[in-house]
Ligand binder design. Structure first.
Ligand code: ZN
Length: 233
C-alpha cells in the first residue's frame, strides 16, 4: 500500500492543489492528513473541502482546534492568534463541525499517525531534536510513526537522525509542511511511504507562492504570514 502523508496545509490552497497534482501522478493508494488544515493562510474552507474529499484519514492539529475553539489559541503568538480569530470567522458551520469530529491519532497498516507527538497527542509537543525523538519511541508500539507540527521534515531511528528508512528498524518521520515550510526551503513538503517495500520519499516542490501570499495580504491577515512563505521560515 502506497501512502501519501500530508500535514500542516494551513489554508494554503495553491500548495495543496500542487500537492494533490503530484500525488495523482505518483500512484498512491491512500492519502492521510496529519492535521493543521487551517490557520495562517487565506483559503480555510477550500482546503477543508479538498482534504475531506481526498484523504482517507484526517487528524486534528492544534491550529484546527484553535480555529473552532479560540480558547485553544491562548498560547499562540500574536500572528498565529490573529489568524485563528480570522479563520474562526471565515469557516462555515459545516466545516467547523467537520474539524470538531477529527481524531487525534490513527493506525493503518501498522503505521501510527499523529499531528505532533505520539506522547499525549493533545499536549502538542514539538519533536525537534534526537533527544525528543528518542523519548517519543516509547509512546507508540508500531515500527513507524509519522508526525508533522514542526514544519521541518526529519527522520529519526532509535539510533538517532537517519538519512533513509529501512525495514528492521523503528522510525519517527516528520513529513514537513505543505503550506508553510520552516526549514529555510520555501518548497512544499510531504511524504510518500510504501508499507510493502518501506520505501520512503520526502517530496519537495515549488508552487505558486506569490498567489498564496497575495491572498494573505488581500484578506487583511498579518503581512508577515505572506512574507515568510517566500523564505520558508
Ligand atoms: Zn502547523
Amino acid at each position: 500500500m502506497r501512502f501519501a502523508i500530508i500535514s500542516d496545509i494551513h489554508s494554503n490552497l495553491e500548495a495543496l492543489v500542487k500537492t494533490f497534482e503530484i500525488i495523482d501522478q505518483s500512484g498512491v493508494d491512500r492519502i492521510v492528513c496529519l492535521g493543521d488544515v487551517v490557520g495562517y493562510g487565506a483559503n480555510p474552507n477550500e482546503c477543508v473541502d479538498l482534504v475531506r474529499n481526498r484523504c482517507s484519514n484526517v487528524l486534528l492539529g492544534n491550529h484546527d482546534a484553535a480555529a473552532i475553539d479560540l480558547s485553544a489559541s491562548e498560547f499562540f503568538n500574536y500572528h498565529a492568534r490573529a489568524a485563528a480569530i480570522w479563520t474562526n470567522r471565515e469557516l462555515t458551520e459545516k466545516n467547523k463541525g467537520y474539524l470538531r469530529g477529527l481524531a487525534m491519532s490513527a493506525l493503518e497498516e501498522k503505521i501510527f499517525f499523529v499531528h505532533a507527538s505520539p506522547c499525549e497527542p493533545a499536549d502538542w509537543e514539538y519533536i525537534i531534536d534526537e533527544e525528543e525523538a528518542q523519548g517519543a519511541f516509547g509512546c507508540f508500539s508500531e515500527e513507524i510513526c509519522f508526525v508533522g507540527h514542526t514544519h521541518v521534515p526529519a527522520c529519526f531511528s532509535e539510533n538517532g537522525q537517519a538519512s533513509a528508512v529501512e525495514k528492521g528498524q523503528r522510525y519517527l518521520v516528520n513529513v514537513g509542511s505543505v503550506g508553510q515550510p520552516r526549514d529555510g526551503n520555501p518548497k512544499l513538503s510531504f511524504g510518500i511511504f510504501d508499507s510493502g517495500t518501506w520505501d520512503y520519499q520526502n517530496v519537495r516542490s515549488a508552487y505558486d507562492t506569490a498567489a498564496a501570499a497575495g491572498k494573505i495580504r488581500e484578506a487583511g491577515l498579518p503581512v508577515q504570514l505572506a512574507e515568510r512563505l517566500f523564505r520558508g521560515v
